[in-house]
Design a protein around this ligand. Structure first.
Ligand code: GDP
Ligand code: MG
Length: 159
């Protein structure tokens, strides 16, 4: 079936864009509106090296007044707890938020890969901090489709 895998992170960092890149088609809705993904979107994907992941794309982790989005965030947290592998997506082109740092720190004892996305927009300088916390960290651009080989390697090392 594939390794149960959760894609998590705050809204708008590119979780669904990464999901679609890995799936090879437009599985999840992508917009620049935070809170677009609400329900969990699942897909079985094969990484370049042959590893099969059962991926769940999730709502962006944040506190929200929108009752439907709030249910999605609760589901996202549940999926995060249940998964064997976590892909923690961060916007590597912007400074990390407190929530980003909390997420990274919460994953230190688990099979997890930090993904510094949006590398096409440049780098904020927080990469060193992330690498100090999590052994497995890759920089990529989900929109441009670069860095998948590095992701494949990092996932295999994290498992
Ligand atoms: P999500 O809320 O984390 O699922 O983020 P989305 O995948 O919906 O993407 C949010 C916005 O960021 C969209 O406008 C995407 O096109 C954009 N985006 C996603 N990945 C990248 C990337 O690698 N580079 C750039 N420049 N934009 C990206
Ligand atoms: Mg999304």
């Amino acid at each position: 079936e594939g390794i149960p895998t959760a894609i998590v992170g705050r809204p708008n960092v590119g979780k669904s864009t990464l999901m679609n890149l890995l799936a090879g088609y437009d599985r999840s809705i992508v917009t620049d509106i935070p809170g677009t993904t609400r329900d969990i979107v699942e897909e079985t994907v094969r990484l370049p090296g042959g590893l099969v992941l059962n991926i769940a794309d999730t709502a962006g982790l944040r506190t929200t007044d929108d009752p439907v989005e709030a249910i999605g965030v609760t589901r996202a947290r549940g999926k995060l707890e249940q998964s064997s592998l976590v892909l923690a997506v961060l916007d590597g082109s912007a400074p990390l938020s407190d929530e980003d740092r909390e997420l990274v720190l919460s994953l230190r004892e688990r099979p997890a890969v930090a993904i510094l996305n949006k590398s096409d927009l440049g780098q904020s300088g927080d990469e060193d901090w992330v690498r100090q916390q999590l052994t497995h960290c890759v920089t990529l651009s989900a929109r441009e489709g670069t860095g998948l080989a590095e992701l494949d390697t990092a996932v295999r090392e994290a498992l």
